[in-house]
Design a protein around this ligand. Structure first.
Ligand code: SF4
Length: 202
């Protein structure tokens, strides 16, 4: 493609992207590719949202929050950090403590995070809702897509239905994380996933 044709295409893409996107972020490594790709597509009004109360223990939460703050600064994306309230998350998730990873507890966890993100997005006038969760090879993208679509619609937003692990997305996230020296966890996040370390990283 000639340079002038590329410029025309990029300008058309930017014209098409006029929304305000609230991007739910599960962790810094998973956000690196969405940040870069969305900006390259012309999204220039993006806010990230980090829930974090599912993460155990507090020291692990701090490591992940610091990594995200570093990435946000580096990539020039504003990120909202929700106050850390693990007791509130556990009050809802503990009844599903015995569920396997990928089961009903994780569905609840996704829903809690996406609902919190959507509520914040609605308060801030976001037009679109998305998530970085789908970069993980371990996550149920069909479930996330269904939940995200329903939750976005219930808050008057459009769901950005992206499967970030496509097109080597996960591999790219590993590469960028290594380049930037980002902290990478070795379990999904909650107390239960910490006990079964390695089963569902990300
Ligand atoms: S394993 Fe991960 S997705 Fe599932 S409940 Fe725990 S933190 Fe949430």
């Amino acid at each position: 493609m000639k340079p002038e044709e590329r410029n025309i295409k990029e300008n058309m893409l930017k014209e098409a992207v006029r929304g305000r996107l609230l991007l739910h972020i599960c962790c810094a490594p998973d956000a690196a590719v969405p940040f870069r790709d969305l900006k390259a597509e012309g999204w220039d009004d993006i806010a990230g949202y980090f829930y974090g109360s599912n993460i155990h223990p507090r020291e692990e939460y701090s490591l992940r929050a610091e990594a995200l703050e570093f990435l946000a600064e580096r990539e020039g994306v504003f990120v909202l950090m929700e106050p850390y309230e693990p007791d509130a998350w556990r009050a809802l998730a503990d009844p599903l403590a015995e569920e396997p990873e990928g089961g009903r507890r994780c569905a609840l966890c996704f829903e809690l995070q996406l609902r919190a993100a959507a509520a914040e997005g609605a308060r801030r006038g976001a037009t679109h809702l998305g998530t970085t969760l789908t970069i993980s090879p371990h996550k149920d993208v069909a479930l996330i897509s269904r939940l995200g679509g329903e939750i976005a619609a219930s808050h008057g937003m459009i769901w950005q239905d992206r499967v970030w692990r496509k097109n080597n997305g996960f591999l790219r996230s590993l590469t960028i994380s290594a380049e930037l020296g980002l902290y990478r966890q070795n379990y999904c996040g909650c107390l239960y996933s910490q006990r079964s370390k390695g089963a569902c990283v990300e």
